[in-house]
Design a binder for this molecule. Structure first.
Ligand code: ATP
Ligand code: MG
Length: 364
């Protein structure tokens, strides 16, 4: 049950909502109440009318089965918006759902912006959020939201590292005093691992759909050594028989398929650490690396990153919710909000530096 004071304050002032518009999932989290909505970032269009006919879970179920009449689109690819109309529909629908059965006062909203977003994409998120009717809107870097959502005290002078592995991006950042000391935003994530699994099976003359590839990744995927789980029976198209078949897929095949993609992310983490100052390195030995995002759930990934960097690495609790939770929690701290809310000119510079991919320094 919610504490009385919290509910009263929320009733009087309206809800505080954190929004994570991710490549794979769009998540809304209300401060004091928890997760409100989490839906796949997918929309389905009717080809004849070009109208959006489904959003979220309903649209994702149509993926891989869409025919001439329906087209299923993921409006965000690799953290950037590729279909503006779909992204608008997604944000509108999620915020609308987040507000159902809430006090009729418009929410304050914090949305996270991925490090690889361009000015135009930031603007598109802003427009979509504005249209959704929030009372106030703030935008924070995704890595900062992930760190807050993972329970890290980002105002500490001690440097801490967060690695958010999502569907389309991997954001690697070192944070101290509510600012980003170093950051690398890679345009790779779980989607590429799914595709690699599909290609691995295709090389064995067996075609599976994107949902099956993702299921194999989640149930059999690993980094480092195979944990020894039983094979998984999946169905797809046998290319030799030119007919539908079911096959047992061993864990090692999935691990091999994922190896290069995981290696790319791990090398990204190593490359960020290689360039840090000695005092920051000393801090990291104590504060460690925290993994967030769906990719943090890959079996053995924390161990692999820990071994390759020599820095203790752990997975945040509920890693898929960290960014949205952190965005929502930021609204609870006036000091933090003030420090993170960049002034207009700083915001422009911040967006520009994000486009370079590697940020040298940032103090909000
Ligand atoms: N248990 C699991 N094991 C491996 N991967 C997982 C697991 N659970 C979810 N994932 C993967 O995590 C990804 C989704 O994570 P998340 O919701 O953090 O991404 P996102 O925020 O939508 O994307 P991005 O941050 O790149 O824009 C998907 O690729 C999904 O398959
Ligand atoms: Mg994400």
């Amino acid at each position: 049950m919610r504490p009385f004071v919290g509910s009263l304050a929320t009733t009087l002032s309206g809800p505080d909502i954190g929004l994570d518009l991710g490549s794979a999932n769009t998540v809304a989290y209300e401060r004091g109440a928890g997760l409100i909505v989490s839906e796949p970032s997918v929309v389905a269009y009717d080809n004849a009318s070009d109208e959006i006919i489904a959003v979220g879970n309903a649209a994702k179920e149509m993926a891989g089965r869409a025919g001439a009449r329906i087209r299923v689109v993921r409006p965000l690819r690799r953290g950037t918006i590729s279909d503006f109309r779909g992204a608008h529909a997604l944000v509108g629908r999620i915020v609308e759902r987040a507000l159902t059965a809430r006090p009729r006062i418009a929410p304050r909203l914090v949305a996270s912006i991925p490090g690889c977003a361009t000015d135009i994409e930031c603007k598109a998120v802003e427009t979509a959020v504005r249209a959704a009717g929030a009372r106030s809107r703030t935008y924070v870097p995704q890595a900062i939201a992930a760190a807050v959502g993972a329970g890290m005290d980002i105002t500490s002078v001690r440097a801490q590292m967060v690695v958010d592995i999502g569907g389309g991006t991997a954001e690697i950042a070192i944070i101290a005093q509510a600012g980003i000391i170093r950051m690398l935003s890679l345009q790779t994530g779980g989607d590429d691992l799914d595709e690699a699994i599909r290609l691995k099976l295709r090389a064995q003359r067996f075609l599976v759909g994107p949902l099956t590839a993702e299921r194999l990744k989640i149930e059999l995927g690993y980094a480092g050594r195979p944990p020894g789980r039983a094979p998984l029976m999946v169905s797809g198209l046998d290319l030799d028989a030119a007919a539908p078949r079911s096959r047992e897929v061993p864990e090692t095949l999935i691990g091999e398929g994922m190896r290069d993609g995981i290696g790319h992310i791990v090398r990204g983490v190593v490359s960020v650490i290689e360039r840090i100052a000695p005092d920051v390195a000393a801090d990291l030995i104590e504060t460690g690396i925290t993994l967030t995002g769906g990719g943090a759930c890959i079996t053995g990934i924390a161990h692999e990153i820990g071994c390759r960097t020599g820095v203790p690495t752990m997975v945040a609790p509920e890693p898929l919710l960290c960014v949205a939770r952190g965005a929502g929690e930021i609204l609870g701290s006036a000091t933090l909000l003030e420090r993170l809310r960049p002034h207009a000119d700083k915001l422009t510079r911040w967006y520009q530096s994000l486009r370079i991919g590697m940020r040298e320094s940032y103090s909000p």
